[in-house]
Design a protein around this ligand. Structure first.
Ligand SMILES: [Zn+2]
Length: 225
């Protein structure tokens, strides 16, 4: 998975779960330069499942483009994300500087996707929470972070919209867990949204009593109950 971003829209409120950078092949990395089909300033809050770059590495772009809300995550995820974002910004600055020095880009000036300054501004928006603590975003939306056993601080996001639950798994567990066995979470109105890979702009789903849904190649999933 790479470039993970999902937007949940409830009434006037839009919340993004994960805000990842595309990594790997150049064709994928170029997607980081494309504009999103939604304005950054329209997003009320961002919730992170964990600190891997493909789940948090796009945050400074969102902040530079006008996102001013809170970035929610666990305490360890904040600490790890700080290291990851500053490092990522530094690499991008160095790559741009090298490209300009050697004129790789032929006449165009290479610019980093974001700078260390963008990353530092991003870090000011963090709001950290314990596992299994309900956090209220607004009258319609609250969530809790549930240990997913993937890396230090990693969590599934359990969103509560009225009486309905939406669970975003993020990356789950490890192939051979030594310290943590994944908690089973079930329920008729639970919908599992796997980290999606962005290819199309938007799909609409009318979901009814599905226990498991795994979208792939999608950016925005609209779920209607
Ligand atoms: Zn991961």
């Amino acid at each position: 998975m790479t470039g993970s971003k999902t937007v949940v829209e409830v009434g006037d409120s839009k919340v993004m779960v994960d805000c990842g950078l595309f990594q790997g092949l150049k064709s994928l990395r170029l997607k980081n330069r494309e504009s999103l089909p939604i304005e950054a300033s329209e997003i009320e809050a961002i919730i992170l499942t964990h600190a891997h770059l493909d789940h948090c590495g796009y945050l400074p772009v969102m902040v530079r483009n006008g996102f001013k809300g809170k970035i929610y995550c666990t305490h360890p995820t904040e600490k790890l994300t700080e290291i990851i974002l500053i490092d990522s910004a530094k690499i991008q600055e160095e790559d741009a500087e090298r490209a300009n020095r050697h004129d790789y880009t032929r006449h165009e000036v290479a610019k980093p996707l974001y700078t260390q300054e963008d990353a530092r501004k991003t870090l000011q928006l963090f709001s950290t929470h314990n596992y299994d603590e309900w956090v209220i975003i607004n009258n319609d939306l609250k969530f809790q972070l549930v240990n997913s056993g993937h890396i230090l601080g990693s969590a599934m996001v359990e969103l509560k919209v009225g009486s309905k639950r939406l669970v975003f798994s993020g990356d789950i567990g490890r192939s051979d867990p030594m310290l943590f066995t994944l908690q089973k979470r079930s329920g008729k109105l639970t919908i599992w949204l796997w980290s999606p890979l962005m290819e199309t702009d938007c799909i609409e789903l009318k979901v009814q009593k599905k226990d498991f849904y795994r979208p792939s190649k999608r950016l925005i999933v609209k779920v209607e109950f």
